[in-house]
Design a protein around this ligand. Sequence first.
Ligand code: ZN
Length: 194
Amino acid sequence: MKVYLGLISAAVLTLAACGGEAPAPAAPAAPASEVAPVVSEVAASVEAPAASEASSAPAAAAPAAGECSVTISSNDAMQYDTKEITVKSSCGQFTVNLKHAGTQPVAAMGHNVVVAKAADKNGIVADGATAGAAAGYLKAGDERVIAATKLIGGGEETSVTFDTAKLTKDGSYEFFCTFPGHLAMMTGKVNVVD
Ligand code: ZN
């Protein structure tokens, strides 16, 4: 038995010895923890430039936010206050705001702004008239329409944001109102620039 105990003791001592070595691997853990901050610092330094690039890139390559939108005012005299708008392709997203400075209700003097190829204008307006007032004088799901605001009346305003990739520089685009009878007065050119 004493022999076995001795063996057991030896085994225990061996285990203890092994156990004693256990902290050894922990020692490298200390440097590892020293590495951790370095890694997080690297991660931080990697993220920081990325974030600043993300925020500075649009400023450098793209125009200021104010250049990525336009406000068109309309009135009771069936007029827009501009005959052309300029859309910067570099904006990615462009917003058209429409104001109706008049007082007449939408049923009598409704206005919208529809952006489409010049060649599609008459067809869109004709189909819009058929669609009727309840449809905002636009055919549902009209794929010729690049962007369209809702139809508004006096005192109201609305806006629409669209992807500038839908416009190409060599294309011919116009904006117009699809309210019956308004096309002749309410239309303008959409210039596309970088
Ligand atoms: Zn109109």
